[in-house]
Design a protein around this ligand. Structure first.
Ligand SMILES: [Zn+2]
Length: 318
């Protein structure tokens, strides 16, 4: 502040007091208290960051290189949830094995399921493998409410970002215009990137693949990959010798040359299947943070598209 501005001492003191108050409250540019958002996965955190920018705080729980069905609870997670204003979850029971006790122990009424500060990101997305008839956890299937790995289609990423924008705008209305602008910019960049990914994947339409877990139905559906089998006999059930032999026979019959594996599974069975069938094992990234370089939602698809396109060329599967 320069002398030429003729600021009265009283006004100057008021400004100083206001600035101090804002700092204490952790206020954003608009002067309101910053929302504390916790997302269960790094994918959701990346999308919250796209919309929320630098006027909210965002932390995630599961790391992108971990199996999101099985996350080891830590006291620090409870602390994070205790302080949160908003919890964003993948839903469809992805987190059923570890999140409910953490929410309960957080003793935070704001983020309980059904409360305003609880956002299920699956509500407006396209979910595949929806169960028909009665839902049971037969043989430990970890996908009882449809496939929860739905963020692996960029169109679903767009829908998730829109849900986040609506929720953030309701919870931090002073920044609603900022969130709307960030969403528009995200969608514009996503549309550009989708053209790039669609073009790169176009020659792979109809290419047959096997995946370890059922993590890739949305990715495969988007880009026309044909998933003909799984290394796991059922989601969440480890490979068995009988199932592996059947899988090898089927891969030979259909001449399948690509096996997509998530980074948290043992490569022993996939490698054995690959040796027997002449297929190539690809350790794909199912999430942001799955590899060090995958720091946002765009880099996730950049990484996986590049990996599968390169491998398909190598094995002549295109
Ligand atoms: Zn799963």
């Amino acid at each position: 502040m320069t002398r030429g501005m003729h600021v009265t001492p009283n006004f100057s003191r008021l400004l100083t007091a206001l600035t101090a108050a804002c700092c204490l409250l952790g206020a954003g540019p608009a002067g309101a208290t910053r929302l504390r958002v916790v997302a269960t996965t790094e994918d959701l955190a990346a999308l919250v960051r796209e919309v929320g920018g630098d006027v909210i705080d965002i932390e995630s729980i599961a790391r992108g290189y971990q199996d999101p069905h099985f996350v080891e609870p830590k006291p620090s997670f409870i602390l994070r949830l205790n302080r949160a204003d908003l919890l964003v979850v993948v839903g469809r029971d992805l987190e059923i094995g570890w999140l409910p006790p953490l929410i309960q122990q957080s003793r935070n009424g704001k983020i309980q399921p059904g409360a305003d500060g609880y956002l299920d990101a699956s509500l407006n997305v396209r979910v595949l493998e929806l169960p028909t008839g009665q839902v049971t956890r037969a043989m430990g299937d970890v996908h009882p409410l449809g496939n929860p790995h739905y963020w692996l289609d960029p169109e679903n990423g767009r829908q998730i970002a829109q849900s986040i924008q609506k929720k953030l705008s309701r919870m931090q209305p002073a920044d609603a215009g900022y969130f709307a602008g960030r969403l528009t910019d995200f969608e514009r960049r996503l549309t550009e990137a989708e053209k790039r990914w669609d073009a790169a994947m176009a020659p792979l339409k109809g290419v047959k693949v096997v995946t370890y877990h059922r993590s890739w139905p949305n990715f495969a559906d988007r880009y026309g990959l044909d998933v003909i089998g799984y290394v796991e006999p059922k989601p969440g059930i480890p490979p068995s010798p009988g199932h592996t032999l059947d899988l090898i026979a089927e891969m030979k019959r259909q001449q399948v040359k690509l096996i997509l594996v998530e980074p948290y599974f043992d490569l022993k069975t996939p490698n054995a299947v690959a040796r027997d069938t002449g297929a190539k094992v690809l350790v794909m990234a199912p999430s942001v943070g799955g590899e060090k370089e995958i720091t946002d939602y765009f880099k996730l698809f950049d990484y996986d598209v590049n990996l599968v396109v390169t491998a398909a060329k190598q094995v002549g599967a295109r």
